[in-house]
Design a binder for this molecule. Structure first.
Ligand SMILES: Cc1cc2nc3c(=O)[nH]c(=O)nc-3n(C[C@H](O)[C@H](O)[C@H](O)COP(=O)(O)O)c2cc1C
Length: 286
């Protein structure tokens, strides 16, 4: 009953506004086409109609945008895990093969009681309550702040970890490059890297997304015997027969600054400031 009342109230209001609109429309229509009043009225009406259409599109398309954004992130994670097969159902593959976890960056421990699916590490890094400032001397990746908690992804098989997928980011020449680094269960051997959000110059620094360059990372090692993150880009092409080449990846031609940015962000996120405490725990606890 109250719903029906509300409906008839709405219908009444609509009728009142529609009658007013008709009076206004008739007044405008009888005006001379060349008159200033008619020109302004037509322009304003057009603006109003366009504003309604744009607002409607923005509101109606929002859920689709949110879903597509989440889907794209899942695709990137499957890709860096080497699980993005042709024609795969992204949602199904992700929920079947990938386990997301929240890690406390100060201890490397898993954190319970947080809605993992809803947690957005990038948003958290911008929120003073959920982030910490990085002292300039330690800010190798030039990111100023980092979230207290990170969202990592695991691929498991028969209960054993196959891949540890870590979110990484850092500044290149023009942009902060956001990506994922995938490691084997030893927390030392690289499976893959990808950058899903960056604005370096296409053909120069933008080559960070080139599949041929990305393939060079497979099998490279992160930590030297001293425990120091040593993996990085060199100027030119790596001679794979030389000792130490396991820590080296080809630099991006004509993009030394982006290359240095990639080295810096990898070393930062693999250091004690980043995921080293977490990787130590994974190595000992599994
Ligand atoms: C239009 C333009 C775009 C550039 N984009 C990049 C870039 O994305 N990344 C980068 O490291 N250098 C870029 N550079 C080159 C840098 O300015 C700088 O010269 C270069 O990093 C030095 O690298 P090199 O020693 O390999 O020549 C760009 C230069 C120009 C003129």
């Amino acid at each position: 009953m109250p719903n029906e009342n509300k409906k008839s109230e709405l219908a009444e209001k609509f009728d009142i506004y529609y009658d007013k609109f008709k009076i206004y429309r008739d007044k405008v229509l009888i005006l001379n086409n060349d008159s200033l009043e008619k020109t302004i009225a037509v322009a304003l009406s057009l603006c109003f109609v366009c504003a309604v259409l744009v607002s409607f599109a923005a509101v109606a398309l929002r859920p689709i945008q949110v879903h597509n954004k989440a889907l794209d992130m899942k695709k990137n994670i499957l890709d860096v895990a080497g699980l993005l097969d042709e024609g795969v159902d992204i949602d199904a593959a992700f929920s079947e093969k990938i386990e997301a976890k929240i890690v406390d960056m100060s201890t490397g421990e898993y954190v319970e009681g947080i809605d993992v699916a809803a947690y957005d590490q990038r948003k958290a890094a911008k929120d003073p309550a959920q982030s910490v400032k990085i002292p300039t001397a330690k800010d190798r990746a030039s990111i100023k702040k980092k979230a207290k908690f990170a969202k990592v992804y695991l691929v498991k098989s028969g209960g054993a970890i196959q891949s540890i997928i870590l979110p990484v980011h850092g500044y290149g020449l023009w942009s902060t490059m956001y990506g994922f680094l995938s490691l084997e269960a030893d927390g030392q051997t690289v499976q893959s890297i990808n950058f899903y959000d960056q604005a370096e110059t296409p053909g120069l620094g933008g080559e960070v997304v080139n599949p041929n360059w990305r393939a060079l990372w497979k099998g490279k090692k992160v930590y030297a015997e001293s425990g120091e993150p040593t993996l990085g880009l060199i100027k030119g092409v790596v001679n794979n027969s030389k000792p130490g080449s396991e820590f080296q990846v080809d630099g991006l031609a004509g993009a030394t600054i982006t290359s240095t940015g990639v080295t810096n962000l990898v070393r930062y996120w693999m250091s004690n400031e980043g995921f080293a405490p977490y990787l130590n725990k994974v190595r000992t606890d599994g």
